[in-house]
Design a protein around this ligand. Structure first.
Ligand code: ARG
Length: 288
């Protein structure tokens, strides 16, 4: 029979219960920044007069790719095309759910040719259900899957009418969210999916009514500060356990650790000059 003391002591030495984060191996599509540069400005981050360092951009991108592979994910690549300096941001190339490909149709003329380029990659790589969209949408820049719900951004890039089109195509619920701060022009600059039911986001990037929706859906979400949002801390990729995140997003990194995630800090400063980070360089190829 344990004495009262024993019981007390055993409570004190109990380790904290593990949070049980588990990674699910992913199949990802990336595009090397061979022609990366900032030659035009379509978001507030892009200053064509500022020099870019293409060798450094390549080194930073390769590090991201290698970390994915070291974690056991499959990384496929699409050939970059000259004259398309933003093609490195493969997240914008399409949205893929259940092996079905919803193509991207870009708002700016500078990126228009990327839509068909990405779609042909899919057609040539065994994807038969490929949809050329009616409405403007910038792929996973504005479409983020959480469990079986597709969060959908609008306000700067993706046309709201695309949300109904995506819902009809995928046959899953699409939840529209309106972005209001031009620095966070894509949904994936303001919100990151961490697991099938967890997200982190920067509330001020959203309209009042979208904030209410997010609060309702994710009452436990990690809320980012402006500092962390401004270093693109929300442009992060999670496999359910590891979170690849800007190494400058100090507070978010701490919060992720507290919740049992394993943040992996990355420096993607060159790509930030175009308004992109880790998640922008990553397109998830979800099979059935
Ligand atoms: N310069 C690109 C643009 O403005 C950056 C795209 C970043 N991609 C993303 N998924 N947020 O379109």
């Amino acid at each position: 029979m344990p004495t009262e003391n024993d019981t007390h002591e055993s409570v004190l030495v109990q380790p904290a219960p593990p949070l049980g984060r588990t990674a699910r191996p992913r199949r990802l599509l990336m595009c090397a920044p061979r022609y990366f540069d900032v030659t035009y400005s379509i978001n507030p981050w892009m200053a064509p007069e500022k020099p870019t360092d293409s060798a450094l951009a390549m080194t930073q991108w390769k590090r991201l790719r290698d970390v994915y592979r070291e974690l056991g994910h499959t990384v496929e690549t699409i050939d970059p095309l000259p004259g398309l300096p933003d093609m490195v941001f493969s997240a914008n190339g399409a949205t893929v759910v259940d092996g079905r490909v919803f193509g991207a149709r870009f708002r700016s003329v500078e990126r228009t040719a990327e839509g068909p380029a990405y779609l042909s990659w899919f057609r040539n790589n065994g994807f038969s259900d490929v949809h050329w969209p009616d409405h403007i949408n910038e792929g996973e820049g504005d479409y983020l899957l959480v469990g079986r719900n597709l969060l959908a951004g609008t306000g700067f890039r993706t046309d709201r009418r695309s949300h109904a089109e995506a819902q009809a195509f995928f046959g899953i619920p699409v939840i529209s969210l309106t972005l209001v701060d031009p620095r966070f022009y894509h949904l994936d600059t303001a919100l990151a999916v961490l697991s099938d039911d967890e997200v982190m986001y920067y509330p001020e990037a959203f309209s009042e009514s979208s904030r209410k929706i997010l609060q309702e859906l994710f009452p436990e979400a990690i809320l980012a500060t402006e500092d962390d949002a401004l270093v693109f801390g929300l442009n992060a990729f999670s496999d359910g356990q590891h979170v690849l995140i800007s190494s400058s997003a100090v507070r978010l990194t701490g919060e992720l650790e507290e919740r049992g995630y394993e943040p992996i800090g990355l420096d993607l400063s060159e790509l930030l000059k175009a308004g992109g980070g880790a998640k922008c360089c990553t397109l998830e190829l979800r099979s059935c």
